[in-house]
Design a protein around this ligand. Structure first.
Ligand code: ACO
Length: 337
């Protein structure tokens, strides 16, 4: 156990998205929709779709390999792996175990999944941070990896236009430097609203049967309007509560990196916080909603674009099925390029 107070920061970040792009124009040939409807209601123009055999563990391994390489490290330097996903390769074993094998991580490290849907990356960051601050793990990989295209009902226009596939990975490291990295956090959940966004079959409560397949019970179902309402309220509240907890004003935050669900949700959250959209980077237009992968994808993109500077305060915030939510305030420590 460590006797000094440890901080945990993002030392490097990496992403991977599948090559195949599915445009709104292509979607409008599959269901009764239009590019105009999708763009105005969600801000999405296209999304990436994983190929056959391209699973969350494959995409996550590629994203994680980039983060490890950028840090100038090797897989042997990783002491802990947490994968956030709502579309695991298989119900068991964990996607983390597949990813461990693909990356060639050590065998004496814990590898497990966190299931918190679109809030998964924020949940996993906090779990990693708390484990690392015990002093037992110096470096951790936190990976958000999703293949939403495998659970979307491609005949349901109310959902299939919104989601996409991809992965992002953060390589975390401990330091004795105070007041850097992950500063403050909150996580929450409301299981009473589980049915607003869920998959009805495929688990032990409703194993796969010919009937469940025929009835489309293995697909994601969502009450879009209600999810929208909860998302705006909970994301804005979570930001306010974390800022208050850390005694930071929203004006001091350089960048808000929200889960990329819908541009109108982001606009409503920004407006409730009285923050301009110029501080809410978004890549929804190109990737759609990639669930647990969306925050690392947006973070990496903002960093690659040179927007994020060493010492910047960044507030990441997410909301997802569960319902679940979470927010983390962090002070950026310029990662290795
Ligand atoms: N194309 C054309 N028309 C459509 C489509 C479509 N793809 N989808 C729905 N419509 C129709 C509806 O049938 C409805 O028609 P009606 O008035 O004749 O009944 C009309 O468009 C309006 O539908 P609404 O549901 O009212 O549209 P809304 O403006 O609420 O937008 C949307 C729908 C985009 C789903 C929105 O509610 C939303 O974004 N909700 C949040 C979704 C979300 O972010 N989920 C994920 C969060 S958590 C996680 O990431 C796992």
């Amino acid at each position: 156990m460590s006797s000094v107070e440890l901080s945990v920061f993002i030392r490097a970040i990496g992403v991977h998205t599948p090559e195949r792009t599915l445009t709104n124009a292509e979607l409008s040939k599959m269901v009764d929709t239009s590019d105009e409807w999708i763009k105005t209601r969600s801000g999405i123009a296209e999304r990436r779709i994983a190929g056959p055999g391209e699973n969350p563990s494959d995409m996550g391994a590629k994203a994680a390999a980039k983060a490890i390489a950028r840090a100038g490290l090797t897989p042997a330097d990783v002491d802990l792996l947490i994968v956030a996903t709502m579309t695991p390769d298989v119900p068991f074993p964990s996607t983390a175990c597949f990813l461990q094998a693909k990356l060639g991580l050590r065998r004496d490290i814990p590898c497990f999944d966190v299931s918190a849907a679109c809030s998964g990356f924020v949940y996993a960051l906090q779990v990693a941070k708390d484990m690392m601050r015990s002093g037992s793990y110096r470096r951790a990989l936190v990976v958000g990896a999703e293949k939403l295209s495998s659970v979307v009902d491609w005949s349901d226009r109310t959902t299939c236009v919104l989601f996409g596939d991809g992965a992002g990975a953060a390589l975390l490291e401990t330091t004795t430097e105070p007041n850097v990295g992950l500063l403050g956090n909150l996580l929450g959940a409301d299981g009473n609203n589980a049915e607003l966004l869920h998959c009805a079959a495929g688990g032990s409560a409703a194993p796969a049967t010919a009937d469940s397949l025929r009835d489309g019970k293995h697909f994601l179902r969502m009450n879009g309007k209600e999810v929208f309402r909860h998302a705006v309220r909970v994301m804005a509240e979570s930001c306010e509560r974390v800022l208050a907890k850390c005694d930071v004003k929203s004006e001091q935050v350089a960048w808000f990196i929200p889960h990329q669900a819908n541009i109108r949700i982001l606009e409503a959250v920004a407006s409730q916080l009285n923050v301009g959209m110029d501080r809410f980077p978004s890549n929804l237009e190109r990737y759609g909603n990639t669930s647990a992968a969306s925050i690392p994808l947006a973070l990496e993109e903002a960093w690659q674009a040179g927007k994020i500077k060493h010492g910047d305060l960044i507030l990441i915030v997410a909301f997802g099925a569960g319902l679940t939510w979470g927010a983390t305030l962090l002070r950026w420590h310029e990662p290795t390029r």
